[in-house]
Design a protein around this ligand. Structure first.
Ligand code: HEC
Length: 136
């Protein structure tokens, strides 16, 4: 009896760690929009939310998972009011992208501020995700 309980606990623990079967439809071959979004959230969490998070986020831009879409998608930049942080009509004109790439036309600093620039791979992930939001 005790042995069965231990087996059950280990089994449940295993499910908890690996995720329930079927819960993840990502095949790992095609980067579907959802896994791309999760990667972007992870990058923001690691490199941005220290400043762009909490109750008083820098530049009123909150990049925490719950607000990163509503605070960026088709929202005007405060620094360059004629540009959107993420522009779904013309993704390459997204100011957020310019800020992480260090475009010569940005106002203020390249992001993440006071840190090393993001790795090329991370910039590519964010860029691909922004491009995928293009409205046709
Ligand atoms: C050390 C704090 C800090 C970190 C880390 C940081 N930022 Fe910023 N961010 C700021 C400040 C302060 C400003 C305004 C001044 C400036 O642009 O230099 C700003 C401005 C911005 C703007 C312009 C907002 C607008 O409305 O025009 C964007 C976009 C941005 N950050 C994105 C990011 C992203 C993406 C990351 C992570 C890769 C990041 N930031 C990391 C502090 C930070």
């Amino acid at each position: 009896m005790k042995h069965k309980m231990i087996c059950l606990i280990i089994f449940l623990g295993f499910l908890f760690v690996t995720g329930f079967p079927d819960a993840n439809t990502d095949t790992g071959t095609v980067p579907d929009a959802n896994s791309q979004l999760e990667k972007v959230k992870a990058i923001f969490k690691k490199s941005c939310t220290g400043c762009h998070g909490g109750l008083k986020p820098d530049q009123e831009l909150n990049l925490e998972p719950a607000t990163m879409m509503s605070d960026t998608v088709n929202v005007s930049s405060m620094e360059k009011t004629d540009l959107k942080l993420i522009n779904t009509a013309d993704p390459s004109m997204s100011y957020l992208l310019m800020k992480i790439k260090g475009d010569p036309n940005i106002v203020g600093k390249r992001m993440p501020k006071r840190k090393k620039p993001l790795a090329d791979e991370a910039i590519k992930t964010i860029e691909e995700w922004i491009m995928s939001l293009k409205e046709t």
